[in-house]
Design a binder for this molecule. Structure first.
Ligand code: ADP
Length: 286
């Protein structure tokens, strides 16, 4: 269809064609290069655990009469399979986030507070396992994490946004997951929802290892990790923040990060506030 377009243009613009053609090709080439990198990265990321699994399976066969060794290698096999499964899950998330440009996302009037609560609930087990205390606040004021029955909170504290509930929940869930993942035990993760100048913000603040300044603008890239060894060891895919950024952007929002190495990180999602006149729509899993 590119060629057809160019041929039609020949008659129209004569000499200008050359410039347009060059421009069009370099666009195309850039796209190809990005796609090639992505495929290379994906292949590499899938090959590593897959290779490990087949090596470990051979080892466990060789060690069949040593129960301790069998237990050890089986454990490592399940860990590597879990990584593989997680990676595939993330790739599907990313694919969904990228292919839903405009058409598939289901934009409704939803509560940013409910999104935050759902994202916390999704991570509560992992937080407890690491003695990390997750706190929730609205405009700086602490609120309970579970919405509770007969909830009589006034609707203005719900902070309504126009967005796809699934996409936003994925976005915030990934931020909370990272906050837990990159923090030492016995620290606090604070999730804050607030409103200012017609924008609703969802902020995730941790007291973790932080991100070095030179990596700050790269953490949203697919497969980028500050410390590949650590991230891989702990099951990271390098896709979480790329997915988060996509989810936020397709809902008309922005995401930013502040961090200092050793002091912690703050990720802030900013979305336009929904107009105030309609009925709220529930977020599932909240
Ligand atoms: P991963 O699966 O490796 O966590 P992400 O895309 O979620 O991938 O994050 C990319 C990288 O950004 C991580 O590998 C990590 O180095 C860094 N990072 C993300 N969130 C945090 C955080 N809260 N604290 C410190 N580093 C973080």
């Amino acid at each position: 269809s590119n060629m057809l377009y160019l041929r039609v243009r020949i008659g129209d613009i004569g000499d200008d064609l050359y410039a347009i053609f060059i421009n069009d090709m370099s666009e195309q080439r850039r796209f190809e290069a990005v796609r090639r990198d992505f495929v290379t990265n994906v292949s590499h990321e899938l090959k590593t655990p897959a290779g490990a699994i087949s090596l470990l399976a051979e080892t466990v066969t060789d060690a069949a009469d040593d129960p301790d060794a069998v237990r050890y290698f089986s454990g490592r096999i399940s860990k590597e399979s879990a990584r593989l499964t997680e990676l595939v899950r993330r790739l599907i998330d990313l694919q969904k986030a990228q292919s839903s440009e405009g058409s598939v996302i289901d934009v409704k009037r939803i509560s940013a507070l409910a999104v935050a609560r759902a994202a916390i609930n999704d991570n509560q087990v992992q937080a407890d396992a690491r003695y990390i205390d997750i706190r929730l606040n609205v405009n700086g004021k602490p609120v309970p994490i579970s919405a509770g029955e007969g909830d009589d909170e006034p609707s203005e504290t719900e902070l309504m946004i126009m967005a796809d509930a699934d996409a936003m929940q994925t976005a915030v869930k990934n931020l909370v997951e990272n906050a837990i993942h990159y923090s030492p035990e016995h620290t606090t993760v604070a999730v804050g929802v607030g409103e200012r100048d017609g924008k609703v913000t969802i902020r995730v603040v941790d007291q973790g290892i932080g991100i070095p300044e030179k990596s700050l603008d790269r953490v949203f890239e697919r497969f980028y990790r500050v410390d590949p060894a650590r991230s891989r060891e702990t099951g990271g895919s390098g896709l979480g923040l790329a997915i988060t950024k996509h989810c936020v952007q397709e809902n008309g929002g922005r995401i930013s990060v502040w961090s200092r190495k050793g002091e912690g990180s703050t990720f802030t999602i900013e979305l336009p506030a929904a107009p105030a006149d309609e009925e709220p729509t529930a977020v599932q899993g909240a």
